[in-house]
Ligand binder design. Structure first.
Ligand SMILES: Cc1ncc(C[n+]2csc(CCOP(=O)(O)OP(=O)(O)O)c2C)c(N)n1
Length: 355
């Protein structure tokens, strides 16, 4: 299979393949990429300082996430991965919403009940993450099935790692989506590892995209470190889904530059040479080179954009840290429309003990 690439690692590009995007869209995408990279660095530091409990970053995968998400509209549904802070931001989740989640404070829409990075934002159609690997895929297909049934003109995105493709849920979801021609985009962010398991231990296939063929729909292989290629592949998949053409599996070939999470040491299972090689394919360096080559960004503008991102992060962290923790009795709310008697008893007992 050919891999779709618009921008080469040195910033040179194929003008015949460039998607039709406005300058402000390109700049917006670049800013999101800078923001999520600094967000990752900052959050990892906060975790090391004990100011948040746990963190999973996406460094190296910014193009796959920002490029793909930029092709969706605000009405579309997304079932993201814990590694997809960038998708949440593009979907319109405020930066503070992400930091509040990690701080598990009272402003977190999930009231601090989820594990850190297990995003969920109802207002932006970002469905709360369930942790078992690949469990989101059948859920996303269910949403796409409902959309088709109700004739809602929405497309559902679900993103997952290469490791998820070894789970039964991946195959069940792909099969159902294929049979019912559902408006769903499967995004496999193939970052080469599932914690310490390399992708060659996940599959004997030449790639993951080709698996779509077995389920009767198209699979597309894309350079996951090329933001324009990711946008272009997603846009084509979304347009097809919206016009009744059914699902697409997009495999974005990328690399997880850091460890699996704040609890992992990747030096135990991969070589420094491998990491160095992927650094030369950095998605942000590549997009920056492209924008400069096209005259859409100057060195000075880049510097001030980075400062702007830094300022936004600093003020957001300060604001989130001021928010108190959720009150203990908030754990009894938000699940049942009418509280069952036994939960009410427990809530009353807690209130008595606290008073
Ligand atoms: C069913 C299940 N098994 C194991 C785990 C533990 N676990 C959490 S993340 C992960 C690796 C997932 O890798 P991949 O799907 O490639 O996504 P990535 O983390 O690389 O983005 C594992 C094994 C889990 N959450 N659920």
């Amino acid at each position: 299979m050919e891999i779709l690439q618009v921008i080469r690692p040195d910033g040179e590009y194929d003008s015949k393949l460039e998607p039709n995007l406005r300058v402000e869209d390109l700049r917006r995408m670049y800013r999101f990429m800078l923001l999520v990279r600094r967000f990752d660095e900052r959050m990892m530091l906060l975790q090391r300082q004990g100011r948040i409990g746990f963190f999973i970053d996406s460094t190296g995968q910014e193009a796959a996430q920002i490029g793909t998400a930029s092709a969706f509209t605000s009405n579309d549904w997304v079932y993201v991965s814990y590694r997809d802070a960038g998708v949440c931001l593009v979907k319109g989740v405020p930066l503070k919403g992400l930091v509040d989640q990690l701080m598990a404070n009272a402003d977190d829409p999930n009231k601090g009940r989820q594990m850190g990075t297990h995003w969920g934002y109802r207002d932006q159609n970002v469905v709360s993450i369930s942790s078992p690997v690949a469990s989101r895929l059948p859920q996303a297909v269910g949403t796409a099935y409902a959309a088709k049934f109700k004739k809602d003109n929405v497309v559902t995105l679900t993103s997952f790692g290469d490791g998820a493709t070894s789970q039964g849920e991946f195959h069940a979801a792909m099969n159902f989506a294929g049979v019912y021609k559902l408006p769903v985009v499967f995004l496999c962010e193939n970052n080469q590892y599932a914690i310490s398991t390399p992708v060659r231990r996940q599959t004997a296939s030449a790639n993951i995209a080709m698996k779509a063929e077995a389920y009767g729909f198209e699979g597309v292989l894309v350079d996951g470190n090329d933001v324009l290629a990711c946008y272009k592949a997603a846009k084509a998949a979304i347009d097809k889904a919206r016009s009744g053409g059914g699902p697409t599996l997009v495999e974005a070939v990328t690399y997880r530059m850091s460890g699996h999470s704040s609890s992992d040491d990747p030096n135990k299972y991969r070589s420094p040479e491998e990491v160095e090689l992927w650094k030369t394919r950095d998605p942000i360096t590549r997009f920056r080179a492209y924008l400069i080559k096209k005259g859409l960004l100057t060195e000075q503008e880049d510097t001030s954009l980075r400062q702007d991102v830094e300022d936004e992060l600093v003020s957001t962290i300060k604001a989130s840290e001021k928010v108190p923790k959720p009150t203990p009795n908030s754990m009894f709310t938000g699940v049942y429309a009418e509280m069952p008697w036994h939960i009410k008893e427990e809530a009353d007992e807690l209130m008595r003990e606290k008073s």
